[in-house]
Every structure is written in structure tokens, then in C-alpha cells.
Design a protein. Structure first.
Length: 365
């Protein structure tokens, strides 16, 4: 079986969807009955072909990224040339949708619906008819949670095609080794007690709300990530929060990041928009037995994190509500331990990589 995974971008570009596509591709190539390639866009004017962990990747030359969408005419060429039994699209990806409708490649079409397009209203106005046409032509749609089906205005009319398959992670990678334990202890010696946020510093992540929630508290926060809002967030911290209360770190190698998950007291994902469709980073924190504070967005986020069991889910954008949830955990180590245990149990039971891969293979067959 020949499979073409199709996404906007690929590793080392970091994001929840990119992480999922990489993990999925690397697992599928282990199956000797599967021949797999990934087609995505490069962020440069040059096409590159490379192999990472046995996955063949075509990064089509692009003119740049506009409205969060890479523009690549060579992408159309490769989509037409690459013959595959399964074309697995990861959406949102307007350029890939338009490319499919233009070149009409053969093959069974599978879509993983990661999120709706939320912010780019202007783009959506023109794109919506093409998206509906594309979804009519798809054979199967994978949604990552029932919440996404019910809340998405696009998926309602295609319920008969939809299979729910939650995202999963390789739990073995998140075990606390002796080396990780040493790193975590060094981090705790450096920072003391802290809470953690990991992610891109963009509007929908709600990091500005998180900073406001920490004003006039003793809670220390470590932020791991880059993004267009970094300077603005740093400036706010400097003007409104205590010295050394907020630590901004660049994206970390996996081993270091894992140590930060273990060193932190708990994890906060304060997203304010449905662009946060699942929050794989929650699974990573839970795999390290950490409680999570997240928001109710009508997506997979609150399906992953169960309110008052594995952490707390709150109303998005509510500073006081977020502050109260943070302080409740910050001041009660027994609650942190108990919720962390429940978080670990949940991720092991529901979100292992093996279960996800088996379900996706059934959709392919």
C-alpha cells in the first residue's frame, strides 16, 4: 500500500499537527506492507527531498507564507506526480485543498480534521465553497474528538463519513530515565517551584491571559516557545510582574523539554480560540504525571483534560477564573499529586500511539 501524507509543513517546523504527522509517518513506515512519503511545503524558494527516520519527505518550494498558508506551485506538480493508493490530507491546509481540486490526483482520500479556520475570515469567505466541494469528494474524515464534530460548522453535513480517532503519543519516550531525572533536578535547583507553558507565542494560545492571571501572585512561570508575540509578552512581564517571576526560554531539544515537564509543578494551556483543536502538549504533560489547566473551547482540548479529575478546565479568556485554578493547585501539593496520577492513568488508557495507529490503519483499509 502506497500512502502520501500531505501537510503544510514538516519537522523541524514545530507545531501540534506537525508533531502528529511526524509521529504517524515514522510509525507507519515500520510496516513492511506500507510505502510512505510526506508531501509538504518548504519555507524557502527551493524544493528539497530528504529522508528522516526512514520517512521520505518532499518539501516543495514556496513563495512564502501568507495568511498562515504556504504558497507553492511546485506542490501541485508533486501532488500530481506522486502516485499513491491513499492520499491522507491534514487540514486546515487551503493550498492542498485547492491543489487537489485542480490536479485531481487518483487515490482514496482521507482527511484528518485538526481544526477549523478561525482567524482568517477574509480567506475563509473565498475558501469555504472549495472546502465543501473537497469534503464531498473525500472517502473518510478523521476527527480527533466528538466535540470537534458537534462544534464545527463544516463537519455537520459530513457526519456519515466521520470516524473519531483521538491523537496519541509514544508513551515510551516520556519515561523518566536517570538522565532526565538529573536534568529535572538541576532545573528545579535553578528555578525553584514553577508552573509550565510550552507552545508557540501566538494569539490563540492565550499567554497574555496567563500573565495577567499571575499578577500579584507568588507563582513562577517558565515559558518554552517562540512566536510573534514574544517581545510584547516580555514587555508586559517586565512592566507588570515581579523580577524573575517569568522565565522565557527558546524551544528546547526533546530531552531538555521532557526534563522541564518533570521539573514543573503542573502545566497550563490557556488557549482562547478553537484554533487549539486538541493540544497534544497536554498529553505530553500528562505522560509525565502532571495535572493540566486548560480551557473549554468546544474542541478536543477538554476531552483530553477532564475537569476536577486530571486538572481543571476553565472559561477561555477569564483572568480571575484562571488565577483561581492556578492558586488552587499551587497551594495544594496533595491535589497536584492526585490529579497528576489521574492524568497519567488517562493518557496511558486512552492516548497511546499504538491504539491511534491501529485505528488509522482500519480507516485506510
Amino acid at each position: 500500500m502506497e500512502i502520501l501524507q500531505i501537510n503544510k509543513l514538516y519537522y523541524p517546523w514545530l507545531g501540534g499537527v506537525e508533531t502528529h504527522v511526524k509521529d504517524l509517518a515514522e510509525e507507519l513506515v515500520k510496516d513492511k506492507q506500507i510505502q510512505l512519503k510526506v508531501l509538504c511545503c518548504n519555507t524557502k524558494l527551493k524544493t528539497s527531498k530528504e529522508t528522516i527516520n526512514n520517512v521520505k519527505i518532499i518539501k516543495a518550494a514556496s513563495l512564502g507564507v501568507f495568511f498562515s498558508m504556504p504558497i507553492s506551485f511546485s506542490f501541485l506538480k508533486y501532488l500530481k506526480e506522486e502516485q499513491a493508493d491513499i492520499l491522507h490530507f491534514h487540514l486546515p491546509n487551503p493550498w492542498a485543498v485547492l491543489a487537489y481540486l485542480l490536479v485531481k490526483p487518483k487515490g482514496k482520500v482521507i482527511v484528518t480534521w485538526h481544526s477549523d479556520i478561525i482567524k482568517q475570515k477574509f480567506l475563509l469567505f473565498f475558501y469555504k465553497p472549495f472546502l465543501n466541494l473537497f469534503l464531498k469528494k473525500t472517502d473518510k474524515i478523521i476527527a480527533t474528538s466528538k466535540n470537534m464534530i458537534e462544534s464545527s460548522p463544516f463537519l455537520q453535513k459530513f457526519k456519515n463519513k466521520i470516524t473519531v480517532i483521538p491523537l496519541g503519543i509514544d508513551l515510551a519516550k516520556y519515561q523518566k530515565t536517570e538522565q532526565i531525572d538529573k536534568l529535572a533536578k538541576k532545573i528545579q535547583e535553578k528555578h525553584g517551584k514553577f508552573i509550565l507553558f510550552v507552545g508557540r507565542l501566538v494569539y490563540y494560545k492565550g499567554v497574555d491571559i496567563l500573565l495577567k492571571a499571575l499578577k500579584n501572585t507568588q507563582v513562577k512561570l517558565v515559558i518554552v516557545g517562540q512566536g510573534p508575540l514574544k517581545n510584547k509578552l516580555q514587555q508586559y512581564s517586565k512592566e507588570n510582574l515581579a523580577n524573575n517571576q517569568i522565565e522565557f526560554l527558546a524551544p528546547q531539544p526533546f530531552e531538555n523539554l521532557l526534563a522541564y515537564f518533570y521539573a514543573g509543578d503542573f502545566f497550563v494551556l490557556p488557549s482562547v480560540s478553537r484554533s487549539e483543536a486538541f493540544g497534544i502538549v497536554q498529553l505530553e504533560a500528562m505522560a509525565c504525571a502532571k495535572p493540566v489547566i486548560s480551557t473549554r473551547l468546544g474542541t478536543g482540548v477538554e476531552y483530553v483534560n477532564q475537569d476536577k479529575v486530571t486538572g481543571f478546565t476553565i472559561t477561555p479568556g477569564k483572568v480571575t477564573e484562571l488565577r483561581n485554578a492556578i492558586l488552587k493547585l499551587w497551594l495544594d501539593q496533595n491535589l497536584v499529586t492526585m490529579m497528576g496520577k489521574h492524568a497519567y492513568e488517562r493518557v496511558v488508557k486512552e492516548f497511546g500511539k499504538e491504539k491511534m495507529i491501529a485505528r488509522i490503519k482500519r480507516v485506510y483499509s
